[in-house]
Design a protein around this ligand. Sequence first.
Ligand SMILES: Nc1ncnc2c1ncn2[C@@H]1O[C@H](COP(=O)(O)OP(=O)(O)O)[C@@H](O)[C@H]1O
Ligand SMILES: [Mg+2]
Length: 292
Amino acid sequence: MVIFGIIATKGGVGKTTLSANLGALIADMGLRVLLVDADIQASLSKYFELRFKAPIGLTEVIGSGIVTESAISQTVWDRLDIVLCDAPHRQLASDSASSDLERYLQGRMDMPMLLRRALRSPVIDENYDVVVIDTPGAQGPLLFTAALAATQLVTPVLPETPSAREFRGGTVELLRKLGEAEILGIRPGPLTAVINRAGRTNDARLVMEEIRQSYLEFSGQVRVANTVVPSAVAYNEAATARAPVHRMRSRQAFMTMHELVWELLPNLHGVYAGGELVDSSAAAQEAHDGCA
Ligand SMILES: Nc1ncnc2c1ncn2[C@@H]1O[C@H](COP(=O)(O)OP(=O)(O)O)[C@@H](O)[C@H]1O
Ligand SMILES: [Mg+2]
């Protein structure tokens, strides 16, 4: 069982987009995929249309420490299910957001293990090949428990120098923090940085090299994916159409996402999505790709 934790220490870098599109493509390649929305903003929960909405979601999963059938919702896409984030998201102050779920986690001694244990429930073992967890864009108990539940971490990085610096500051600090869990017998999974929203003007290779330099102390634990995700309108169009980007009429997005999946899951190398293209009028209209 592969459990991807899609993490970053800031918002807006493409975690939810990547979670949705990776999960959907892997499902379309024939594997059974469970998305887990561990971000109280619940963007992943709203990303795809549902065929069936389960009575419970993440709050109860974390509270009970187990995933049961009643926590699993189904998206309209075959083999793509989801544990919805049902934690109410409250704005406490203009710049700080928290939730009962995060306060609950904060108060638990076994916080780092909570999601990890729940995702090892029999219903997941028996019914899924891959789990993809979307996480909040700020350090906190929900991000920690989600990151420690993963067997592989993936972090989108914007190809700007401040972003590479933020990677060094934020993500490297997060890795150190996750490393503290070794005392509990939990070893965080290897991290793959994926350059996301690369424009034609910024030099993604330069940023990749800079990131490589910044994680030398974690050599063996961090790598930069060779696949670079370009900035393309297809990703926004897919989100609007509530469809996986590989089903939009963008050859580039189709290939990029395939190459990324092949890199992350080498066993799937050469396997293509079997689904039909989405033929929404919006998708057909904006058939071409462009730089956002
Ligand atoms: N490769 C891409 N090209 C263009 N836009 C993208 C790409 N990836 C993500 N986006 C856009 O960036 C914005 C932030 O993405 P999102 O996945 O919500 O980030 P996060 O979950 O990290 O906050 C969204 O509007 C999304 O459509
Ligand atoms: Mg998000």
